[in-house]
Ligand binder design. Structure first.
Ligand SMILES: Nc1nc2c(ncn2[C@@H]2O[C@H](COP(=O)(O)OP(=O)(O)OP(=O)(O)O)[C@@H](O)[C@H]2O)c(=O)[nH]1
Length: 344
């Protein structure tokens, strides 16, 4: 066991029916997330475009890439052991191509139940083939069921359909998925910053807290990429938030809001100074943080009513936290890692 405490590595699942574009998405992440060390777990290397990436070394079923990323090929039986190995590697995120390995539901359960402090579940992405949606749904009526588990739906291959159909499909898929955000993309080009934190510095700096400036700098770094297409809203306040009002805000996030990250402060006695908040689509997690009290959030989405969103966040402010009943924190605390499995 390593004694060195470090931030757990988020594990993001990518699911989707045959040919929907999961591998294309993984390849995109591996090549576009510069500076991020990604570990990917796949069924076999066949589909990962390793030839195009500089290979730094290969051990059994693991290939290390020159950019610090790792690719592992495992079957369902080897998954547990491989995850444990990856947990010890210097990675920023682990992405598992779920189909073929195991049912996403089983995988989610396994990750939530994992006692490995080096890993944390980071949400489920469901990739949907926009061009073949109707055909897939006919062939696999369980598609609707799968969508319900998704935290974010990636509507892929939108280059193959027209604009009006895209809007119509996004609405249908979003509805089937229970209102989670739907991200239309071509060739799996999901902005990595929508899925996990892009580290502002490297790990040599472990003790350092990610500052709000770092979060904003990340936004700038990626502004030249797909990110520029998104609306970014920043919310900062020194006034504590009312836990219940903020919980209501979280429960009713606009459909176009793909990502929220930053710090929240509730001013509750004994409630810690502030919490780190991280959402990907409908997935949400909170961690006890340190640092000065205060709320600083970055919200990223498309077609979001910026002014409305800010007004809703302002309405969560509570100048007199001492007057807030203690029970109010309970709804928030269930998003802490140790309570996450219970809320599933
Ligand atoms: N036109 C178009 N083709 C795409 C897009 N994304 C992926 N493809 C193609 O669709 C095919 C399937 O993509 P994959 O990424 O292999 O899909 P997958 O979900 O990993 O497939 P399986 O591993 O077989 O389940 C490939 O030929 C891709 O090149 C897209 O956005 N537009």
């Amino acid at each position: 066991m390593t004694a060195m405490p470090r931030k757990p590595i988020p594990v993001v699942l990518v699911a989707g029916f045959l040919g929907s574009g999961k591998t294309t998405l993984l390849n995109h992440l591996l090549t576009s997330a510069s500076g991020v060390r990604i570990g990917v777990l796949v069924n076999d290397f066949g589909s990962i475009n390793i030839d195009a990436m500089a290979v730094a070394g290969q051990v059994d079923s693991t290939v290390s890439l020159a950019n610090g990323c790792l690719c592992c090929a495992v079957d369902a039986r080897g998954l547990d052991a491989m995850l444990a190995t990856l947990a010890d590697a210097d990675l920023d995120v682990i992405v598992i191509e779920a189909s073929g390995l195991a049912e996403p539901r089983g995988l989610i359960r396994m990750l939530l139940a994992s006692e490995n402090p080096a890993l944390e579940y980071g949400g489920l992405l469901e990739v949907v083939d926009a061009a073949e949606f109707d055909a897939t749904r006919q062939r696999h009526p369980e598609l609707a069921e799968h969508l319900k588990f998704a935290d974010l739906v990636v509507l892929n291959k939108t280059d193959r359909i027209g604009g009006p159909r895209r809007a119509e499909l996004a609405a249908t898929v979003g509805e089937l998925a229970g209102g989670v955000p739907v991200l239309p993309v071509e060739h799996g080009r999901v902005d990595p910053a929508l899925l996990f934190d892009i580290p502002a510095g490297r790990r040599d700096d472990e003790a350092r807290q990610l500052s709000f400036q770092d979060l904003l700098a990340e936004e700038d770094d990626h502004a030249g990429h797909a990110h520029a297409a998104y609306d970014t809203v920043e919310f900062t306040t020194g006034v504590p938030l009312h836990p219940r009002r903020f919980q209501r805000f979280l429960a009713d996030r606009p459909a176009g809001l793909y990502r929220v990250k930053g710090f929240v402060h509730f001013g509750q006695p004994g409630g810690g100074l502030r919490y780190t908040l991280h959402t990907v689509g409908s997935f949400l997690r909170l961690d006890r943080g340190a640092g000065l009290p205060g709320t600083q959030l970055v919200l990223i989405g498309t077609g979001i009513d910026t002014a409305g969103l800010l007004a809703r966040l302002r309405a969560c402010e509570e100048a007199d936290p001492a007057a807030v009943d203690e029970q109010a924190m309970l709804g928030i605390l269930r998003f802490l890692p140790e309570n996450l499995s219970e809320s599933d």
